[in-house]
Design a protein around this ligand. Structure first.
Ligand SMILES: [Zn+2]
Length: 82
């Protein structure tokens, strides 16, 4: 049955989910996989992909601090106002 919602399905209706995604450094070993039903697996995978995208965005924002177009414009308009 599904490790998240507990719904019972036949084995063929369950997906193997990686608790720590392979794309995130997870392993393909028994302690990192669990059986989830299709809907839970899709929800978890979507959330993980969103979290990865969010981390990438945060990293870019940190690295690009001071060079973002929005910040440059704010800086310029503050100076032209004085
Ligand atoms: Zn489920």
């Amino acid at each position: 049955m599904c490790a998240l919602c507990g719904n019972g399905f036949s084995a063929t209706a369950l997906d193997v989910d990686h608790i720590r995604p392979l794309a995130d450094g997870g392993t393909d070993t028994a302690d990192n996989v669990r059986a989830l039903c299709r809907s839970c697996h899709r929800a978890v995978t979507t959330a993980q992909a969103r979290a990865r995208a969010e981390r990438r965005r945060a990293k870019r924002a940190r690295q690009g601090r001071g060079t973002l177009p929005g910040r440059t414009d704010a800086h310029r308009s503050r100076w032209s106002a004085t």
